[in-house]
Design a binder for this molecule. Structure first.
Ligand SMILES: *[C@@H]1O[C@H](CO)[C@@H](O)[C@H](O)[C@H]1NC(C)=O
Ligand SMILES: *[C@@H]1O[C@H](CO)[C@@H](O)[C@H](O)[C@H]1NC(C)=O
Length: 498
């Protein structure tokens, strides 16, 4: 309807011009017939269009013929009064596409109008998203192309939606469009989601849209190299190794298998995660073989590092090593006690202070008192808020974690002495227990500093002598490297916290 109204308005605008034209023709005495055709150049299939043909200044009766390209006569009309126009209304069919003109015959003369090309626009219908590959699932790095396909439609434009948001050039995920295609050259997990498209056309600002349903694009992630770890537990009188195999990245499903000395001993298919575990009967102290995890997906196959399935019982020497930690201004800040056990795969370590057990900790290494903390599965005891009350004998002991009543192996007692003075200045406190490696370092630093000073002095003296001996015009230089040496007071004294 809009189309027709607009064309009529154009017609009204045209009328004065046509009147002037006809006047000129009359003045000139010419009687040639010059019809003018107006009408739309685009129309939706199935809509109704109106063409108008007018041959001004033609004396009645005027015969109008409305023609399509190829000499097809579409309709005729006769204007008996003259000065009127002929209207040709038609329902647009697929065959209506073509170039139109009209002929006007009056007083034995025939004139042919301008021509108008009418394009028939077929609105999109049954729009759907198809994909290559199908279904739209691919490994990261590969290419996915989505197409917005219509069953019918012409003069179409396309709009894509990713997770219900229109895809534009400013969309952060990289896409590019060509025609009805949305191309993802190298998919990343970011591209996974729901896609749909609209196919649409516009004729005289009337937009006809056909929307697809959503399709889900999945991006599969390559499986990373499997990792292997084992724990050990006792059930009744039997011992088992719990071998865990996992991949930290990847899209399931995958098959996990465990091999022991090259023979498969377990197999499981995982569809929801990439973690599997296998229970293997074991004997403490016996080497059960080399275990490896294998992971297999539809396109990958990988093997973990080997792990020797052997549980060494706690034993051998146990000793405590103490390390003192200092603040930047050389105050004693903390003491770190490390329990070194020479043998044992799964150790439970506990600490004794002046021969009474320090409150035990759980496997997470939670603090045992407000100022002492255990880390590294009980192997390290950090005395983080030192006071003289912390002075005393420290000892550690270890047993197999899977034997609740197993025998302990115990270290010798190690004296940790904290005085009020040691808390304030390093120089007055020498930790009685240990010659810490830090002290050695400060000795080396001291020697280095002394040597530098000596070198500097020698150079200075040497330069002075050389200056005196040589020609007065030669000026002595102290090389920049030496002049940049720090004054003694600024050189940090060793023994700081690491
Ligand atoms: C074996 O280890 C897994 C974790 O790696 C754990 O979830 C499972 O409970 C363990 N099984 C036993 C019997 O301890
Ligand atoms: C631990 O023993 C040392 C040495 O015998 C003693 O000086 C210290 O006071 C004792 N500490 C506690 C808290 O009992």
């Amino acid at each position: 309807m809009h189309t027709i109204i607009m064309r009529n308005r154009q017609m009204l605008n045209l009328l004065p011009i046509l009147a002037v034209a006809s006047l000129i023709i009359r003045i000139c005495g010419s009687s040639s017939v010059l019809p003018v055709l107006t009408g739309p150049d685009m129309a939706y299939l199935g809509s109704r269009v109106v063409f108008q043909c007018i041959a001004p200044a033609s004396s009645p009766a005027v015969t109008y013929e409305f023609m399509r390209s190829g000499g097809v006569l579409v309709a005729t009309d006769i204007d008996l009064q003259g000065g009127q126009f002929a209207s040709f209304s038609m329902k647009v069919a697929a065959a209506s596409d073509g170039t139109y003109h009209c002929k006007a015959t009056a007083g034995g003369q025939t004139g042919v109008s301008n021509s108008i090309k009418l394009s028939v626009v077929t609105p999109a219908s049954n729009t759907r998203v198809t994909s290559d590959p199908f279904p739209p699932a691919a490994y990261e790095g590969s290419r996915i192309v989505l197409s917005c396909d219509v069953q019918m439609g012409s003069h179409l434009s396309y709009t894509w939606f990713f997770n219900r948001k229109e895809v534009t050039s400013s969309t952060s995920v990289p896409f590019h469009f060509t025609g009805n295609k949305l191309v993802m050259e190298s998919v990343t997990p970011q591209h996974a989601g729901h896609y749909s498209c609209n196919a649409w056309s516009t004729v005289n600002s009337i937009k006809r849209v056909s929307s697809s349903t959503e399709v889900q694009v999945t991006v599969k992630v390559y499986i990373s190299k499997p990792q292997i770890l084992f724990s050990f537990f006792k059930e009744g009188n039997s011992y088992y190794g719990n071998v865990t195999c996992w991949s930290s990245r990847g899209t399931p499903p995958a098959n996990f298998s465990l091999s022991l000395d090259g023979h498969e001993v377990g197999y499981v298919t995982k569809t929801d995660s990439l973690v599997a575990w296998f229970h293997i009967a074991m004997v403490p102290g016996v080497d059960m073989g080399v275990a490896q995890c294998l992971v297999k997906s539809e396109i990958q196959e990988m093997i973990s590092e080997p792990v020797t399935l052997e549980v060494v019982p706690a034993g051998g020497d146990v000793k405590v090593e103490v390390e003192y930690l200092y603040t930047a201004d050389s105050k004693l800040a903390a003491a770190k006690l490390n329990c070194q056990v020479s043998r044992g795969t799964f150790l439970y370590i506990s600490w004794l202070f002046n021969d009474s057990a320090l409150p035990s900790v759980d496997s997470l290494g939670q603090p045992i008192t407000s100022h002492n903390a255990l880390t590294n599965r009980g192997q390290t005891l950090v005395l983080s808020r030192l006071s003289p009350e912390e002075s005393g004998y420290y000892r550690c002991r270890a047993r197999d974690s899977f034997e609740d009543s197993g025998p302990w192996v115990e270290s010798a007692a190690q004296l940790v002495q904290v005085t009020d003075r040691s808390l304030h200045s390093l120089t007055q406190a020498t930790p009685a227990t240990e010659t810490s490696p830090k002290v050695c370092l400060s000795t080396i630093e001291g020697i280095t500093i002394a040597f530098c000073c000596f070198l500097f002095l020698m150079l200075a003296v040497g330069s002075a002598c050389w200056y005196k001996i040589s020609d007065k015009s030669v000026r002595a230089h102290i090389t920049p490297t030496n002049s940049e040496a720090l004054p003694l007071s600024e050189i940090p004294v060793g023994g700081q916290a690491r």
